[in-house]
Design a protein around this ligand. Structure first.
Ligand SMILES: [Zn+2]
Ligand SMILES: [Zn+2]
Length: 450
């Protein structure tokens, strides 16, 4: 009997091949092995053998050296430790591991976000089998086919390939710091807003959308949210739900062929902070923690849309005041040299041009009731706030290392990060972006604190 993607559980999804999805596309995943649970690290020697590795290179970072030696590897197995004390996923770290892997026939990364990104990149470049031994539930890149790498100071999503085997031993993961749990929780909460962005974009631009993929991700996010009160105790239950949700989110991007199911406005807020860090040296924080706060800000924006009724004349006259020179100057002030690719993107995309805007506006006016229907699925922010307070999660920028005096300007430019239609673009299109930003964050003087 034919089955829908949303009827499969994670064990089936990692090997699925669905040719008749209602979205019209074929969905296929080929992850060799995924094991999540207590003690699964004991399967490592068996997977090393199955993948034909005779001389694999195991690598990790300084913080995890002890854990890697005591709980993951045989005492006789060599372990390569990255030279940087706090390594980042950059072309330099990839080159370092690539050089270390020269005479080896496989890779084993012991770590999470950064180590996995490096491992995926080196495994793709050298065409080596790759095993990830996960140590924290901190981000959703476990099973994704991209690595988030800093290339020439700019955070870039580089196509790579997922690990062949992912071992997430919950006995090990449960020793991870609470901050990494909250980061993974933030990356899962982000799916609430990214899925809403995707559905709204589909209505307005007609871009590809798969409800089956969306259902899977929404379900995984709810499962995490429902057990979030167990985060402070790092219970087996929440650890498993987080790991499963994060793995699934990475797979969902591969299933859909776009990052839509896992990343929207909230991620662009986080990307903006990362870019300000890389380009101008401003402080930033863990990806998932930034996404968590980005999600709360995005929910405010989405809620604001619900209170509005678009008006054609008002929208057209508001958009007519757009000045490309002022826009580019603002981006330069916010991002320094990192503004350039965003300005180049606009040259190609022309999202601020009047013709395409007028077409989108007609579409928005025609489907406004459906847009409001999508936004009926917004979670109750009051209840969400209580949930977050109960697990000691960050609630605003003030709780992050990011001390962002220009939140208003950052949010205003989220639509410039990628060629994707998101809620701030909708607000711009109906001529209400600036008014909503002033309402939420005060006017420029208040917001900048200058
Ligand atoms: Zn589909
Ligand atoms: Zn993310």
């Amino acid at each position: 009997m034919k089955r829908l993607l949303s009827e499969l559980d994670l064990t089936d999804i990692i090997r699925c091949h669905i040719t008749d999805c209602p979205c019209g596309r074929t969905h296929r995943v080929r992850l060799l092995q995924l094991a999540i649970g207590p003690g699964v690290v004991r399967q490592l020697p068996e997977h090393i053998m199955k993948l034909g590795m005779r001389r694999p290179l195991a690598f990790s970072d300084r913080n995890l050296t002890d854990l890697a030696r005591r709980r993951v590897l045989d005492p006789s197995q060599p372990l390569y430790i990255l030279s940087q004390a706090e390594p980042s996923a950059s072309t330099a770290s990839v080159a370092e591991v690539r050089a270390a892997a020269r005479s080896h026939d496989g890779l084993i990364a012991i770590g999470s976000g950064t180590l996995n990104d490096i491992g995926k990149a080196v495994a793709s470049e050298l065409d080596l089998p790759f095993i990830l031994v996960a140590t924290a539930p901190s981000m959703d890149g476990f099973a994704s086919a991209t690595s988030s790498l800093t290339v020439d100071g700019i955070k870039t999503s580089v196509p790579t390939r997922p690990p062949d085997v992912i071992l997430a031993d919950t006995d090990i993961v449960r020793t991870a710091p609470l901050n990494l749990y909250l980061a993974g929780f933030g990356d899962m909460l982000a799916k609430i807003t990214s899925l809403l962005d995707w559905r709204i974009a589909y209505l307005i631009t007609g871009e590809y959308y798969c409800d089956e993929v969306a259902v899977l991700v929404r379900r995984a996010a709810s499962a995490v949210l429902d057990a979030s009160h167990e985060i402070p105790s790092r219970s087996e239950n929440i650890t498993r739900r987080l790991l499963e949700g994060l793995v699934l989110s990475g797979l969902a991007m591969g299933l859909a062929g776009v990052s839509r199911p896992a990343s929207g406005t909230e991620h662009y807020i986080s990307h903006f902070w990362d870019m300000r860090h890389a380009s101008l040296g401003y402080a930033h924080d863990l990806h998932g923690l930034q996404c968590l706060v980005g999600t709360l800000e995005t929910l405010k924006l989405m809620d604001a849309v619900r209170q509005l009724t678009p008006n054609r004349e008002r929208a057209l006259s508001a958009v007519a005041t757009h000045d490309p020179d002022i826009w580019a100057k603002e981006l330069h002030e916010l991002l320094g040299p990192a503004a350039r690719p965003l300005i180049e993107l606009e040259m190609k995309e022309q999202k601020y041009h009047r013709g395409p805007h007028a077409d989108r506006l007609e579409r928005i006016l025609a489907c406004w009731p459906q847009i409001l229907e999508v936004l009926d699925d917004l979670p109750d922010r009051e209840r969400l706030g209580e949930t977050l307070r109960a697990c000691d999660a960050p609630l605003s920028v003030a709780d992050l290392k990011v001390k962002e005096p220009r939140l208003r300007d950052v949010v205003r430019h989220t639509g410039d990060i990628r060629d994707k239609y998101i809620i701030t673009r909708l607000l711009y299109d109906i001529g209400k972006l600036d008014a909503v930003l002033v309402r939420l964050y005060g006017d420029r003087q208040d917001a900048s604190g200058e």
